[in-house]
Design a protein around this ligand. Structure first.
Ligand code: OSB
Ligand code: MG
Length: 368
């Protein structure tokens, strides 16, 4: 596509309820939206950084800085870029994978809209709808957690993931298991433990969980492999899988029996497909993670999750699980436990310009 300009915005979108993980509580989703302006129209992307560097080293202002000073100028200088060239052009800049991913998505969307081709088809999707799991934050106490989980089960979610942290693990998991029986259930620690906690984590074995997600730190690949030998529950990595190379290393070490794929965390949807392909060849199941995406990222995730190696339900929930008002005209819904894979050109979404404006707290339009 030919790039006329790239517009960046920071949005503040209120959450329907606070979202608490082992690393903090969010009440507003601060997110960067990217619009790639071309002669044929705009393409949309979303940078999934959070406001503070608690989940990963990136955060809103680091992404804004690297985008405005380095990444966007490098693309604008080329004037015309193919979607598949973006990661190579941005490769000299170390790290900042979420920033790169959001920018790449906007270019891919612009290119596919011009071609009239869907993102799902472009990625190699094989399904028309994907099973919908929900990620449930830490609540006031186990009974409150049971109440919230019950609500999501009533809405049709086919898999429950609960967030855990030290002191809020075994009892919370036991409460959900006792209340609902043999539902598909998994836990996510967001790096809150160390190898010293192996005995506590082994207590979770009795709940027959689908997996335990990211118990240890991002760079603890060897410790994850050691922990995996002590647990019956399969170890799934999220934070640690920052690239296809990291995925290769994790598989070689036996650090991951399952991989959570998030395009932002790995630097883009094309890198995400590479990890999918690698895991599939190795017989390792993958599922699509989430980052409280707006309708832009949610549409892209649904397409990614429709690839054949995504054999476990992802964190692919309805827009209404997080937002009263989204920035797309037809926010994702859960129907019979599934979300539809968009079929329109590009991401197959239309931006609700009024909502976009209403949530914008910062904007900059960059040109050559
Ligand atoms: O660890 O999967 C995670 C949200 C923000 C940061 C990290 C994580 C999450 C979630 C929410 O679990 C997933 C979703 O968007 O539904
Ligand atoms: Mg996670």
């Amino acid at each position: 596509v030919t790039l006329d300009a790239i517009e960046l915005r920071v949005l503040h979108i209120p959450l329907v309820s606070p979202f608490t993980t082992s690393f903090g509580t969010e009440t507003v989703r601060e997110v960067i939206v990217v619009a790639a302006e071309t002669p044929d129209g705009r393409g949309w992307g979303e940078v999934v950084t959070m406001a503070a560097p608690l989940y990963s080293s990136e955060y809103t202002d680091s992404a804004w800085d690297v985008l405005t000073r380095y990444l966007v100028p490098a693309l604008l200088e080329r004037r015309t870029v193919a979607a598949e060239e973006v990661s190579g052009i941005l490769h000299p800049f170390v790290g900042h994978r979420m920033a790169k991913a959001g920018l790449e998505l906007a270019i891919i969307d612009a290119a596919l809209r011009a071609e009239g081709r869907s993102f799902a088809q472009y990625l190699g999707a094989e399904k028309t709808r994907v099973p919908s799991g929900v990620s449930v934050g830490i609540q006031r106490d186990p009974q409150a957690l049971v109440d919230v989980v019950g609500g999501y089960l009533d809405e049709g979610y086919v898999r429950i993931k609960i967030k855990i942290k030290p002191g809020r693990d075994v009892d919370d998991t036991a409460a959900v298991r006792e209340a609902f029986g043999v539902i598909p259930l998994q836990v996510d620690a967001n790096s809150a433990y160390t190898l010293q906690d192996a005995d506590t984590l082994a207590e979770l074995d009795r709940f027959d969980l689908l997996l335990i997600e990211q118990p240890l730190q991002e760079d603890d690949l060897v410790d994850h492999a050691t922990l995996a030998k002590r647990l019956r529950t399969p170890v799934c990595l999220d934070e640690s899988i920052v690239s296809d190379k990291a995925a290769a290393d994790a598989l070689a070490l036996g650090a991951a029996a399952i991989i959570n794929i998030k395009a932002g965390r790995v630097g883009g949807y094309l890198e995400a497909v590479a990890i999918h392909d690698r895991a599939r060849a190795a017989g390792v199941p993958v599922w699509c993670g989430g980052m409280l995406e707006t309708g832009i990222g949610r549409a892209a995730n649904a397409a990614l999750a429709a690839l054949p190696g995504f054999t476990l339900p992802g964190d692919i929930s309805a827009s209404a699980r997080f937002y009263d008002r989204d920035i797309v005209t037809a926010p994702a819904v859960v129907d019979d436990g599934h979300v539809r894979v968009p079929t329109g050109p590009g991401l197959g979404i239309e931006i609700d310009e009024a909502a976009l404006e209403a949530f914008t707290v910062r904007r900059e339009r960059l040109t050559l």
